[in-house]
Design a protein around this ligand. Structure first.
Ligand SMILES: NC(=O)c1ccc[n+]([C@@H]2O[C@H](COP(=O)([O-])OP(=O)(O)OC[C@H]3O[C@@H](n4cnc5c(N)ncnc54)[C@H](OP(=O)(O)O)[C@@H]3O)[C@@H](O)[C@H]2O)c1
Length: 197
């Protein structure tokens, strides 16, 4: 059974040319320095309040491995104490109780297991998992944060999508840091725009 008010969001940060990491997986370029006069600022309080609205995270194993590396370097764990589901067919180290591994049918997992239990479900990458999520028609919205940088090559926001997906632009926000946040609803989807084909 699907909880009618559950919402699956794909969110990642990307370069203007659409990459989420370099080919070797590195994300050193995320640390940009720009200033857009008149842009919004995100106070630590507003970020914290926003993160509280997220009920669980879903990620691919390579994204999880990056998160583990960050943690080992003393950069912390970005997903707080929220349940974090890692998609993998491998045996991976588990450093906290909130992490759970999953393999198998993704649609069955999202619709049968996550939607009945969680209202706000965030897919946080990487490109392979985001592509899979959209291809299977599981996403209600895409939250695309564009940083003021071009990196020329890398892992794309959606790897091997294989089909067109029509979107409805629902929100645009420009930040003082030069980042632009774009929120799109997936059209033709139960959570998307009614004008969808
Ligand atoms: N800029 C950003 O906001 C952002 C966000 C997230 C990640 N990243 C970066 O993106 C890179 C990783 O992205 P990626 O596209 O290479 O990989 P990914 O999507 O994180 O992980 C892909 C892997 O997840 C496993 N998987 C995927 N679907 C599955 C399913 N249905 N069931 C079971 N396992 C499944 C498979 O690995 P196995 O089965 O072999 O384990 C697959 O190779 C990293 O460098 C990370 O730092 C950037």
């Amino acid at each position: 059974m699907t909880k009618t008010d559950s919402r699956v969001t794909i969110h990642m940060v990307a370069s203007l040319d659409g990459f989420i990491a370099r080919k070797d997986g590195s994300v050193d370029w995320l640390d940009t320095s720009d200033e857009f006069v008149g842009g919004d600022t995100m106070s630590p309080g507003s970020v914290e309040a926003f993160l509280k609205t997220i009920d669980c995270y879903v990620m691919g194993s390579r994204t999880y491995e990056t998160a583990l590396r960050f943690e080992a370097q003393g950069l912390g764990w970005s997903y707080g104490d929220k349940p974090t589901f890692v998609l993998t067919s491998r045996e991976l180290p588990r450093t906290r109780d909130t992490v759970e591994f999953h393999s198998g049918d993704l649609a069955q997992f999202v619709n049968g297991r996550l939607r009945p239990k969680f209202r706000t479900i965030w897919f946080v990458g990487g490109g392979v998992v985001s592509g899979e999520c959209l291809r299977l028609g599981l996403a209600d919205e895409v939250y695309y944060s564009i940083l003021p940088i071009l990196i020329g090559d890398g892992i794309t926001f959606f790897e091997k999508l294989g089909k067109d997906v029509a979107l409805h632009l629902a929100e645009v926000k420009a930040y003082k840091s030069g980042m632009v946040g774009l929120r799109y609803e997936v059209r033709g989807h139960r959570g998307g725009s009614r004008t969808a084909a």
